[in-house]
Design a binder for this molecule. Structure first.
Ligand code: FES
Length: 278
């Protein structure tokens, strides 16, 4: 049961939010599972997860405001104060950092006059340090509202933010042909597509070169049995069956499950059609 009787929104805004929240909630067998998209939804209206947004999510999903706040404060994509029109995230995780990410962040911070999670006075840019964006083959990487800007330098990054602040259209180096606003991006993350998901190139040449090389050379991943033999481990024939380590013994680990968790392992097929990946 919701713990609030507070009516957070009114008028057309309330109608719009209730309609969209109903659509998001209908995707799940249990309504409370829609909390993450609903938090993005209120961000798409208010530009952050506002107190009104917290109350709206709680009322809609029959949760307490404390439960909603606990989730909203856990994930960094949910903003607890008004965000700029563009979130500029510089990857300063290990590979990007050594490839220049730290220098990009430092120069941008000085250029914009803001630090991590701070917004420029004109409300245009919120600067962030971000963790790995799974684009290490394009390091150092900068994200603008989660669109990729690959192989950046301090100068190219400064040019991007200057153009954004001047109101110019800026094109990412991969993916969509332009950068949308933080509110528009939040609506997409709430599950309301803007039709741009298939724009542009997703996997560029650096991502595909290893796969292409393996195909040309006829390389394949080793089967489990041959991998075990190569490691000096037991093979299928002529070897003793492996003996389970004694609990607490030299080879045991209380942290290691004896069987992979149900629901998939790294060997589980993903459902992707590899023949369509070039
Ligand atoms: S370390 Fe920056 S994208 Fe992976």
């Amino acid at each position: 049961m919701a713990s609030t009787t507070y009516e957070p929104y009114e008028g057309a805004k309330l109608e719009r939010l209730e309609r969209d929240a109903a659509a998001a909630t209908a995707r799940y067998p249990d309504p409370r599972s829609a909390l993450l998209p609903l938090l993005h939804l209120v961000q798409s209206e208010d530009g952050y997860v506002s107190p009104d947004g917290i109350a709206f999510c709680a009322r809609t999903l029959a949760l307490s405001t404390a439960e909603v706040s606990a989730v909203a404060t856990f994930y960094t994509q949910y903003k607890r104060h008004p965000n700029g029109e563009y979130t500029v995230g510089v990857c300063t995780n290990t590979l990007c950092a050594v490839m220049g990410g730290d220098a990009i962040y430092d120069e941008l911070s000085e250029h914009l006059g803001v630090g991590h999670d701070e917004t420029t006075e004109d409300g245009k840019v919120t600067l962030e340090r971000v963790e790995c964006n799974a684009a290490c083959d394009y390091a150092p990487v900068m994200m603008v509202n989660w669109e990729f800007f690959d192989n950046q330098t301090p100068d190219s990054a400064k040019q991007v933010v200057d153009r954004l602040r001047a109101g110019e259209q800026v094109a990412p180096t991969r993916g969509a042909s332009s950068v949308c606003s933080f509110k528009a991006m939040s609506r997409v993350l709430a599950g309301f597509h803007d039709g741009r998901a298939d724009e542009g190139v997703g996997a560029g040449e650096p991502t595909l070169v290893g796969r292409r090389l393996a195909r040309e050379q006829g390389w394949e991943a080793p089967s489990q049995s041959s991998a075990g033999a190569a490691d000096g481990g037991p093979s299928a024939a002529g070897q003793d069956a492996p003996v389970a380590p004694e609990a607490g013994g030299e080879q045991s680990s209380v942290d290691t499950p004896s069987a992979p968790p149900s629901g998939g392992t790294s060997d589980t097929t993903t459902g992707r059609d590899a023949s369509k990946e070039t």
